[in-house]
Design a protein around this ligand. Structure first.
Ligand code: PMV
Length: 309
């Protein structure tokens, strides 16, 4: 038995605008993960994927056209490695809430691909893995920027411009982030599609808002590089305001953002596709507990604390 895994992620600044080519900053959540556990199978049994959380079990056949994301990922890996399905059982389980802006799809795909390659006696480079997971992300998102798969596969904070242009990002001081989950599932494909419709109806107006997000990201990058957490916090709020104007926030997200700020967070914003899912708050050691309690009080169904370093 071997265990492979991949982390959840948060977007610190720049979601949605990144789909249109502006930069964004994202970070993994190392303690919140998806897991793939390999167990050797009997000769001739073929490849079976067991999704523990949903309770379904699937056989992977290279020839079959199956409308299932896990099977599609496995087929992509096998075709890429140019091998037949091994006799193996891969169990998947995840602590990452689905459709919540935390990159659960990318994390499960990444863990599965790592496990399957190992069952075939091979390893995938991060570049290969990133490409394979991106191809699958298209199924979830329609027009993904590639930021989710990149931060999940490389498991390091990144400054992401596009799939060919990203680099590790290091803030001068570690960032203490409280994450609050609205508990509302919201497919990223829909919010991204709605921003696209707004854009098509008013290209210049929306372009201005996307550029405003780009300015937040650039200013935040500089603030974080010199350890100016107060400015970094203000820029989170500014970024959130523009996301609201793009209609991708929600009453619940706004309520959690307000609660975090009211409890002394340096900044707070929605994170990811929006309309539900998660928000983040930048805190200090002194405000962390108060912000966590305020989020729970304001209706967060789950709260995590992570450190970005
Ligand atoms: O998967 P999510 O909900 O974290 O959204 C990813 C970020 C977006 O910018 C909204 C979409 C994208 O592809 O970059």
């Amino acid at each position: 038995m071997s265990i492979y895994s991949a982390p959840a992620k948060i977007i610190l600044y720049g979601e949605h605008a990144v789909v249109y080519g502006t930069a964004a900053i994202a970070a993994p959540i190392p303690d919140l993960r998806a897991f793939a556990i390999t167990r050797s199978g009997e000769a001739g049994q073929g490849l079976v994927i067991r999704a523990i959380d949903s309770g379904h079990e699937l056989s992977v056949d290279l020839a079959a056209e199956v409308d299932d994301a896990l099977v599609e990922m496995a087929q992509r890996v096998l075709r890429h490695l140019n091998v037949e399905p091994p006799d193996a059982l891969i169990e998947l389980r995840s602590d990452i809430p689905i459709a919540s802006g935390l990159g659960s799809g990318a994390a499960i795909s990444t863990a599965l691909a790592r496990a399957l390659a190992a069952c075939c006696g091979q390893t995938l480079s991060r570049e290969e893995l990133n490409g394979l997971v991106y191809a699958l992300e298209r199924r979830h998102h329609g027009t993904p920027s590639g930021i989710d798969n990149t931060v999940v596969v490389y498991e390091t904070p990144i400054l992401f411009r596009n799939r060919e242009d990203f680099e590790p990002f290091r803030a001068r001081t570690p960032l203490r982030i409280v994450i609050g989950d609205t508990g509302i599932h919201a497919p990223t494909k829909e919010s991204v599609g709605d921003v696209r419709r707004l854009y098509n109806a008013d290209p210049q107006g929306i372009e201005r808002k996307l550029r405003a997000i780009g300015v937040c990201v650039e200013s935040a990058r500089r603030a974080l590089e010199i350890g100016d957490l107060v400015s970094a916090g203000h820029l989170m709020v500014e970024n959130h305001m523009v996301l609201r104007e793009l209609t991708v926030s929600s009453i619940e997200l706004d309520r959690l953002v307000e609660a975090a700020l009211g409890a002394g967070a340096l900044g707070a914003k929605m994170s990811g596709g929006g309309r539900g899912g998660n928000m983040i708050a930048l805190v200090t050691a002194e405000t962390e507990e108060g912000v966590r309690a305020a989020l729970e009080e304001a209706g967060a169904v789950r709260v995590w604390v992570t450190e970005v370093r």
